[in-house]
Write a protein that binds this ligand. Sequence first.
Ligand code: GRF
Length: 184
Amino acid sequence: MTGVQPKKNLAVFISGQGSNLEVILNQKQAFQSVLVVSSRKEAYGLTRAKNHQVPSIVLEPKIDWSQLNSQLKAHQIDLIFLAGFMKIVPPDFVSSWQDRIFNLHPSWLPEFKGLKAIERAYEQKVGVGVTIHAVSSELDSGPILLQEWAVTRDEIAGLTLQEVIERTHQREHQLVSRWVELFS
Ligand code: GRF
C-alpha cells in the first residue's frame, strides 16, 4: 500500500504505578515495539511490562544517560514518552531527542508546572487540566500538543481532593490514548 508509514519503536519512561503506561500497552499494536524504561526497580509499571511481554530497562542506582542513549539506539527507538517519569531529563539528552520526546503533565500548562500540580490547583480552587507537550530543556515547558480540562473551576468546589485526583488520572488516560492514535 502506498503512504503507509512504518510503525515506530516507542520507549515509555516511568517511575511508579504505570497506569498511563498500561493505556499505551493496551494499544501496543499501534507500534512496532514498546520498551519500558523505569527509574525505580520497584515501579509497578515493570510488572505491567512483564504482563504485556515487553522488555524493560531499570535505571537504578544512578542514571547513566549516555549508556541509556546507546541502549535506546540499540533498540532502534524512534519515540520517547515520559509517563510519570520523576527524574529531570538533562538538556543534552533532550536535544538529542528533540521533537521525538513527549511528556504528560497533570495541569493546564503553563499553569502549575512541577510537582504536586493537582494539589496546588485544588488548594487554589481553580480548574485541573491535563497536558501532553513536547519536552524541551526547561521543565514542563515545551510546545503543547494536547490539552483537556479534567475538572473545571466550577466543578472543583464540590469535590474532594481524592475525587479530583481520580478524575484527573481518568482524563490523562483518555489523552494518552489520543496521543497514541495521533503520534504512533
Ligand atoms: C501521572 O499523573 C503523570 O501525569 C504524573 O505522574 C503520574 C503517573 O501516573 N507525571 P502513572 O504512573 O502513569 O499511574
